[in-house]
Design a protein around this ligand. Sequence first.
Ligand code: ZN
Ligand code: ZN
Length: 175
Amino acid sequence: MEIESSKGLRKNFGHLKCFGFIGGEPLFCIGPHWPFFLCLFTFLLIIGLFFICFVSPSISSSNTIIGVSVFCFLLINFLMAALINPGIEMRTVRDEDLEPDEPDNFCSICEVYKSNMTEHCDDCGVCVQEYDHHCPWTGKCIGRGNINFFYSFLFGLLICFLYCIVTMAMTIQEK
Ligand SMILES: [Zn+2]
Ligand SMILES: [Zn+2]
């Protein structure tokens, strides 16, 4: 006789569509605001391609290499922030250290016990560990799982902006 796992793998958590499971935890999640992500990603990609294909080649090949690098850095980090599991809280067992009469921080929507710094997001419909904020531009929450990619994305925005300004200034100077 075989004992089968009663639940199997859940595909969705709250309003997040999840795929790629490791040990029952999803590796990737797509948030409810994914169209915002798609718009901004396409917009940044078009700006990057415009500079790399049309502006930069008239300056120097090293400028093109820098352009490819900074835009790849930006887009990869943006993609990772938007795809990777933000840190969905999965704890279904009450903390053993808690006294029986202590409040246990139970989320009745997700039916999980929240750890310290875990917050429930109404947009995503899940509890997120080390919740930072809900970011429509990545389509979902920023939490423990994707906050480093999110900060790298912000840093990428800054260096891409500087790259575009410098490249435009060099183009104007050469004319
Ligand atoms: Zn919750
Ligand atoms: Zn959220």
